[in-house]
Structures are given as structure tokens and as C-alpha cells.
Design a protein around this ligand. Structure first.
Ligand code: FES
Length: 118
């Protein structure tokens, strides 16, 4: 497991890079929840593209990773009331959620899926 602090572009903020899983652990079109370094993250794979947003819906405390992935609009739909969240920005595009969820930098290094967290 990699846990190496790296320099951040944000002055004064120490970032670390955590290994989440292997590439084959998340199927294309699937969302999966990870709890890492105090962050609850929904990881979505669409083809060979990967996205990571906060897993906690901004409307109520439910897991966004349990919702449906919309590959055409690059959104993740909350299963409880149907708000859709952009995988790129974390912003909701439909009610009842009105607040964004965080976004994370995710990279694939060989067979390892890595997440940058502060
Ligand atoms: S709990 Fe997610 S939209 Fe209501």
C-alpha cells in the first residue's frame, strides 16, 4: 500500500496519495464506495475514464455509490430522491440537492487506482 506524502500546489496543505484498489476491482459503468483517510469517496469508472466525488449525498446522508451511473451525462444519481451529481464538478443538476459534493483527483498507475487526499 502506498502512503507517500507529496507536495501540493495548495500552499500549506499536505496532500497524500492513497491506493484505493486495482483497476479490475471496479467494472466499467459501476460506482463503488471507498473510505480512505477520513474521506468517504464514490469512485466511478466509465470505460477507461475514472472519477471520484464525495460519496455522501449533500441532501441527506446516503451513499451516492449505491445510485445509478449515467454514462451519457457523466453523472451519478442519488438512489433516494434522484438528484444527479456531475462526476466532473460534484455539482447537482437536479433537486432536491442544492449543494455540491467534493471532487477528488484520481489517477491510474499501472494496475493501481490512486486517490489524492488532504
Ligand atoms: S438523499 Fe440524495 S437526493 Fe435526497
Amino acid at each position: 500500500m502506498t502512503n507517500s506524502p507529496v507536495a501540493s500546489s495548495n500552499v500549506g496543505v499536505l496532500m497524500s496519495v492513497e491506493r484505493l484498489c486495482a483497476v479490475g476491482d471496479v467494472a466499467p459503468g459501476e460506482a463503488r464506495r471507498f473510505d480512505v483517510a477520513g474521506h468517504r469517496v464514490a469512485v466511478v469508472r466509465i470505460g477507461d475514464d475514472w472519477y471520484a466525488i464525495g460519496d455522501r449525498c449533500s441532501h441527506q446522508d446516503v451513499s451516492l455509490a449505491e445510485g445509478e451511473v449515467h454514462e451519457d451525462t457523466l453523472e451519478l444519481e442519488c438512489f433516494k430522491h434522484g438528484s444527479c451529481f456531475s462526476l466532473a464538478t460534484g455539482e447537482p443538476s437536479s433537486l432536491p440537492a442544492t449543494k455540491s459534493v467534493p471532487t477528488y483527483v484520481l489517477t491510474v498507475e499501472g494496475d493501481d487506482v490512486m486517490l489524492e487526499v488532504s
